[in-house]
Design a protein around this ligand. Structure first.
Ligand code: F3S
Length: 397
């Protein structure tokens, strides 16, 4: 692989041991994939930082990098963790002191290495990627959003690779960083299905992941909001290996290819069948409702609070959990206290997929198809699908 003088210097350890190790990792992976050179990045986002995922070995790796003077060379953020940060968690999410101590140590080490205390899977809300900009992001939903909604360029990086890329400010120039790999390879037309909530958008994404995995789909669907595109991308990246799609009216790189594309059409019928195959619990069986996968912006919390007031809703009969970025916790502190009285919990910096929910709930409801994909597989938890508003209406006193 061709390396610039600066890259050679880093590889020779002239910027310290941590950067030497990081450069070695990036170069090794790039060479294995056949990349000819590296590319400078402007933002790295590390995933895979939940203690439940990485365990003591991962914690030790981070200790080593930090001890050896590891410092991010570029803007760097990191994913949510497997516990509730900043605010009092609901009972089912309480953790033993040892788990909490180790998870907090992981967060601390990342901060020591110059990462912003983001604790979120929507890093594009902290810093919007620019069209054509190169990134090294590790969170699959965020990767799909960066490529799809912003026209920025990133592959799906593993946790240690995104960390290494942050330390050297580069990644291997391969895959979705290259122009020739960013063209649509199939067209998906969603007929007669109005997409008015994120649950339905997620169903389209889930279908894409299952049926069109490894493609870059050109999507023609009536998606009304950016949040719908985010839900669709997250589901497609969970149920399949989709890191980018091109969505009419949303993607800056959307172009109909002159020579046409193979075309797949679906309609309401396919979405209903798919929903039936995913739902393994009824709403009555669900012990709680979870929304915020990917994280909601804190403004969603205000929206829920306004809805509760406008409909004069009392305490919900069952819990509702809303995950938001850890860095936004202070924005919602007061409102979160009031919502707790309604049985609604705000979870800053939390990802329930990497939490330790297994054995603590048998069935949950959600509007996130990414959560619906992982809950049965990782935790053996059955899922019901519902929008947040349907759940609130059904279980309000
Ligand atoms: Fe975010 Fe975890 Fe879902 S990282 S997208 S809340 S699986």
């Amino acid at each position: 692989m061709y390396l610039s003088k600066e890259e050679e210097r880093i590889l020779n350890g002239e910027e310290g041991e941590a950067r030497r190790l990081a450069m070695k990792l990036v170069v090794r992976v790039g060479e294995a994939l056949g990349a000819e050179r590296l590319v400078k990045i402007s933002h790295a986002h590390a995933s895979g930082i939940s203690y439940d995922n990485i365990g003591d070995a991962g914690l030790e790796f981070l200790e080593t990098m930090a001890r050896n003077g590891g410092k991010a060379k570029v803007f760097a953020t990191f994913n949510p963790v497997g516990m509730c940060m900043e605010l009092e968690p609901p009972l089912k999410l309480r953790e033993e002191p040892d788990f909490v101590r180790k998870q907090l140590r992981i967060v601390k080490l990342l901060e020591l290495m110059g990462f912003i205390r983001s604790i979120t899977c929507i890093p594009y809300r902290i810093r919007s990627p620019r069209l054509g900009e190169h990134l090294a992001w590790g969170e699959s939903s965020a990767v799909a959003v960066a490529n799809t909604l912003y026209g920025a360029r990133t592959n799906r990086e593993g946790g240690p690779l995104a960390l290494a890329a942050a330390l050297v400010g580069r990644t291997y120039y391969w895959g979705l960083h290259l122009d020739e790999n960013r063209h649509p390879t199939i067209k998906l037309v969603v007929r007669n299905a109005k997409v008015s909530d994120e649950l339905r958008a997620g169903l389209i994404g889930y279908y894409m992941g299952l049926e069109l995995s490894d493609h870059i789909p050109l999507v023609e669907a009536k998606l009304a909001k950016e949040r719908h595109v985010i839900s669709m991308c997250a589901a497609a990246a969970a149920s399949g290996n989709i890191a980018m799609c091109l969505v009419k009216d949303f993607s800056p790189e959307y172009r109909e290819p002159v020579n046409g594309l193979e075309r797949v059409e679906i309609d309401e019928k396919e979405l209903v069948t798919l929903r039936e195959s995913i739902e393994t619990a009824s709403l009555d069986e669900a012990e709680l409702f979870f929304t915020g996968c990917p994280h909601h912006d804190a403004s969603f919390v205000t929206k829920v609070a306004d809805y509760i007031v406008s409909k004069n809703i009392g305490r919900l009969k069952k819990e509702m959990w809303i995950a938001i970025p850890g860095y936004q916790a202070s924005k919602v502190r007061d409102i979160a206290r009031k919502l707790r009285e309604k049985n609604i919990y705000i979870l800053p910096g939390t990802c329930i997929v990497v939490s330790r929910l297994r054995g603590r709930a048998k069935a949950i409801a959600t509007d996130s198809l990414k959560t619906a994909f992982y809950m049965p597989r990782r935790h053996g938890i059955r899922v019901a699908l519902s929008t947040a508003w349907q759940y609130i209406d059904k279980f309000s006193e």
